[in-house]
Design a binder for this molecule. Structure first.
Ligand code: NMX
Ligand code: MLT
Length: 438
């Protein structure tokens, strides 16, 4: 058994015992109550999932295994004090709950490089799609095509003991994560560049390799990709992509299927598509005023366009959140990055004005429970600044990163033998009759 699997096995055995004790001692303990408002309100606020990898606090934002983003900057391995946390370390932490050493990060890095060869038919499957296919269609198709490698699926068919499910799930998740930047950059190069594919560099880390294979090779671009992959990796279990992957995995669908299903959820405008939508919307604002980014817009003009967007019945993309009730720390991390590395970018300037304007307008309207920006309000402006102009690709980048959290959780789902997810549903008449009977 390899080193990381051994660590996981030791930890996992303890957690298995913890879960079994919990069920034995406290199976009937009530953790929450469910109102009609909860059921009809997208189950908001109902504690009903077990997620090992991270926890979201409504004011402080995400914590990976208990560490906030600023804390992670201090504890996770980086190449130097000015550097960004490495994705290999992020995954190691999400998976094992332990902060890795640089040696452990290097072990993971080399392991992923070795696992990075994508079966040829994956590219053919992507190529077979019509020109009109969106990058997220290509990406999820590629992931599904890659499922032919699934060791979990093969072993399950020949007969596998439940307590051993985690082992081949681990192999699948590791192979999948290693191959995702290759698949995603293939889509990017084919669709938005000259079509020439750039080979993986075995000396680079996972995030920098993603940048490299997309055609971005400066140290600053590597930093951008490391930061981006780090902050989007996980957001506890209830968000649409993580929840979908967990749900599909609970039917013992293999990790490729489960994660691909999550990606299809990420593609929705209220979730990961919002990072494209922010840029599309800002561009539409400039078009509305017939102005270029360089010419800029005044705070008043931006304010009026925000009001108009709401009056037209649309949401302000990048603002609001189902759980957060403060500015997303992932927004702050990106803003800090821009403050440090980017001077005088008119689009980033606009994003900063929006941060001044939008919360007050949303508060005044009184509808959105959270008027503050989420991760998507900033990301597109930074990516665009560094030359990734085709914003319809941004959700794929979000998706590559999200594999770190979703993948680690899938391994835990199988380790803890979590059952098939199957809540009850009721008809509208049932709810009405129930309400009338009370
Ligand atoms: N602009 C305008 N209205 C909003 C916004 C916003 N940014 N956010 C929430 N509202 C409205 C919402 O549409 C709802 O209206 P109605 O009652 O007419 O349906 C009302 O405020 C109450 O919604 P909330 O309970 O505050 O939000 P909810 O938890 O339902 O939804 C989001 C959360 C994130 C889906 C919502 O805030 C939104 O649509 N934001 C814009 C899209 C976005 O940025 N999504 C990305 C989320 C992060 N991610 O990466 O996934
Ligand atoms: C996420 O990163 O998944 C989003 O912020 C959405 C969420 O947490 O609901």
């Amino acid at each position: 058994m390899d080193y990381i699997k051994q660590r996981l096995f030791e930890k996992g055995s303890l957690m298995r015992a913890q879960l079994q004790d919990l069920l034995k001692e406290s199976r009937d303990l009530i953790v929450d109550e469910v109102t009609i408002g909860n059921v009809l309100g997208g189950m908001r606020g109902v504690t009903s999932l077990l997620t090992v990898t991270s926890k979201l606090d409504q004011y402080e934002g995400i914590r990976y295994r208990g560490f906030s983003l600023p804390e992670l900057y201090k504890v996770l391995p980086r190449y130097n004090t000015e550097g960004e946390p490495l994705a290999e370390g992020v995954f190691y932490l999400l998976l094992t709950g332990e902060v890795p050493t640089m040696e452990e990060v290097e072990y993971m890095r080399k392991d992923w490089v070795q696992r990075s060869e994508v079966p040829e038919h994956v590219f053919r499957a992507i190529d077979a799609l019509p020109k009109t296919s969106k990058p997220m269609t290509r990406f999820s198709t590629g992931i599904l095509a890659a499922a032919t490698q699934s060791q979990f699926q093969k072993q399950h068919r020949v007969g596998l003991r439940k307590e051993d499910y985690w082992d081949s799930t681990y192999e699948d998740v590791m192979n999948m994560i290693a191959q995702l930047p290759v698949i995603a950059s293939y889509i990017y190069r084919k669709e938005f560049c000259d079509g020439e594919v750039i080979a993986l560099d075995p000396n680079l880390d996972w995030s920098a390799n993603f940048a490299h294979m997309m055609g971005f090779n400066s140290e600053e671009e590597f930093k951008l990709f490391r930061m981006y992959m780090f902050i989007h990796a996980d957001h506890e279990g209830g968000n649409v992509s993580a929840h979908t992957a967990h749900l599909v995995g609970s039917a013992l669908s293999n990790p490729f299927y489960s994660y691909a299903a999550g990606m299809i959820g990420l593609a929705g405008p209220l979730h990961g598509y919002a990072n494209q939508e922010v840029i599309r919307w800002i561009k539409s604002m400039y078009k509305h005023y017939n102005r270029t980014f360089e010419e800029g817009l005044s705070e008043e003009e931006i304010h009026d366009f925000v009001e108009k967007t709401l009056d037209d019945g649309n949401v302000i993309p990048g603002y609001g959140h189902a759980v957060l009730r403060a500015t997303d720390p992932r927004f702050i991390t990106q803003k800090d990055f821009a403050d440090k590395y980017v001077q005088n970018d008119p689009l980033i300037h606009t994003v900063n004005i929006l941060y001044k304007v939008v919360p007050a307008v949303l508060q005044e309207r009184g509808k959105a429970k959270n008027p503050w920006p989420n991760v998507d309000a900033f990301s597109g402006s930074l990516l665009l600044h560094y030359g990734i102009k085709d914003y319809i690709f941004y959700t794929v980048m979000f998706g590559v990163s999200r594999a770190l959290g979703v993948g680690a959780q899938l391994i835990w789902d199988r380790f803890l033998s979590l059952p098939i997810e199957r809540p009850n549903s009721q008809t509208l008449d049932w709810f009405t009759e129930y309400a009338n009977s009370e």
